[in-house]
Every structure is written in C-alpha cells, then in structure tokens.
Design a protein around this ligand. Structure first.
Ligand SMILES: Nc1ncnc2c1ncn2[C@@H]1O[C@H](COP(=O)(O)OP(=O)(O)OP(=O)(O)O)[C@@H](O)[C@H]1O
Length: 257
C-alpha cells in the first residue's frame, strides 16, 4: 500500500474561559479515527463541508501537524517517527495548495521556481535541468514563453499549473491536492482536471484530491470518501445515490447537477 492511515486522530485544545485544575481542558476532535488506504496509481477524492477536517488530515499526512493518536504509513513506513527522514518523505509525497501565490516566490521567474526542486532532489542531473523544466511546462500545458514570467504575470489557473509542475518536478509517487483548483472558474477547473487525469495515467501517479465540491471528483477519482465532522462517513466508487448510506453524502449528491 502506498499510503495508509490507521485510526488517525487529531485533537486541538479548545479555549475555555474557566480553567479548572481538576477538569481536563476541552478538546476538539478535528479528525477522528480515520482509516484509509491509497494504492499506487489510484486517485482518491476526499469531500466534506467546511470545517469537516479535510485540511487537518492533509496537514497530518504531510507531517505539518503531529497526530494525537494513530499511524500514517508511506510505503509501509510510519512517517510520524524517526524511521523516515523528511527529504525521503517529500520525495515520495507532494502537496499542492489552493493559494498558489503563497507557494510561488514573487521574485522568482517560472524557470527558477521549477529549478528549485530539481536542485534539491536531482543535483547530479544539472545538465538536463533545462530540458526537464521544458518537459514539465509542456506536461501542464504551458509553453516555453512562460519560463521568464514572474508569478504576478500569471493568471490563477496558470499559477496552479506552475504549482503542479513544481510538485511533478520531484517525481513523487503521490500528490495531495488541498482545494487546489477551488478558486478557479468552472472551465479552468475542468481543464486542469483533464490535465491531471492525463498525467496520472501517463505516470502511474496516485492522487488524494481534497475538495468541498463533489463534482470535481467525478471526472478524476476512482473512489470518493466523504468526511463529516471529523469522521469518514462514506466511501464509494459507483456514482449511484441509491447506494449511499449517510445523509450528508446523499445531500452532496442532490447538489451535483
Ligand atoms: N490549529 C488549530 N487549532 C484549533 N482548531 C483547529 C486548528 N486547525 C483546524 N482547527 C479546527 O478543526 C476543524 C477542522 O478544520 P479543517 O481546516 O481541517 O477543516 P476543512 O474541512 O479543511 O475546512 P475548509 O474546507 O473550510 O478548509 C475546524 O473546526 C477548525 O476550526
């Protein structure tokens, strides 16, 4: 299994006005006992309303937050421990966020932005960096005229494409998308989804595609999981509302068209 979550829970302390020495501070279970698996080459959607715990889960998987309990394994190795170092982990797993402006350095040209991961992960391949950068741009449907542009000279969709190219530069096994295309218009979203599908097939990549919009998972994902109030309440791979068991999943289906 490429990625496996076993009973993963994340609690945050809740601020309470009255502190008592005798009562434990109240805590919020942002993520509650989540079990999930993603195989090589599989594309999995994670859908849920705002506050259901999706981003917290992404942060736990990317080791940006510590787990309260449970285990996350990448290729069988627990990531929240000393068994796997961060460089090795981020070589296998990359994250693409919604707000691309925060992950693109404003003073770097696209060429430099894409060179950075190659410098970090493939220093011995310096002679082919330039060719690789052009290939990456082509993969995300941008031509080489973009190489010299700065982030402020790109549209939202083009910025997201550069972020995706930056993640692909590392040649990861899995990419986690956290609302990565949510801020784009419908047509750009569809373009990027089709592009991601094409790349995934070509490279046998795995995706965890996190979104509040069920429709965007329909094209891209083999399997969809529904999160509600920190828990995984449903998993389905057939788009048949009759098969759903949780009222929230049924509600999501009602808003599909
Ligand atoms: N650092 C934190 N400290 C305390 N509570 C937090 C923290 N981060 C998230 N939470 C809480 O955890 C819950 C889940 O938040 P999370 O951001 O994971 O939801 P989400 O499903 O990604 O929502 P959205 O779609 O709006 O981004 C929310 O109630 C949120 O307020």
């Amino acid at each position: 299994m490429l990625l496996e979550l076993r009973y993963v829970t994340k609690e945050y302390p809740l601020r309470s006005r009255r502190k008592s020495l005798f009562k434990p501070n109240p805590r919020l279970k942002a993520v509650n006992q989540i079990n999930l698996t993603i195989k090589k080459g599989e594309s999995v959607g994670l859908v849920g309303e705002s506050g259901s715990g999706k981003s917290t889960l992404a942060k736990l998987i990317m080791k940006m937050e510590s787990v309260t309990s449970g285990q996350i394994l990448l290729n069988g190795q627990p990531i929240h421990g000393r068994q796997i170092n961060d460089v090795k982990m981020y070589k296998q797993m990359q994250l693409v966020l919604q707000d691309s402006s925060s992950s693109l350095h404003p003073k770097m040209q696209v060429k430099e932005i894409l060179e950075e991961p190659l410098r970090n992960y493939f220093p011995e391949e310096k002679t082919v960096w330039e060719v690789t950068i052009r290939k990456l741009l082509k993969l995300v449907d941008l031509d080489s005229s973009f190489l010299s542009r700065y982030p402020h000279q790109l549209s939202g969709g083009q910025k997201q494409r550069v972020c995706i190219a930056k993640a692909l530069a590392v040649q990861p096994e899995i990419i986690i998308f956290d609302e990565s295309i949510a801020s784009l218009d419908q047509a750009s979203q569809m373009d990027i989804i089709n592009m991601l599908k094409h790349i995934q097939k070509k490279q046998q990549l795995s995706y965890l595609f996190i979104t509040h919009d069920l429709k965007s998972t329909q094209q891209l994902c083999d399997r969809v999981m529904v999160m509600y109030q920190g828990e995984l309440v449903e998993t389905f791979s057939r788009w048949d509302s009759q098969q759903l068991s949780h009222p929230y999943s049924r509600l999501l289906f009602q808003h599909l068209d």
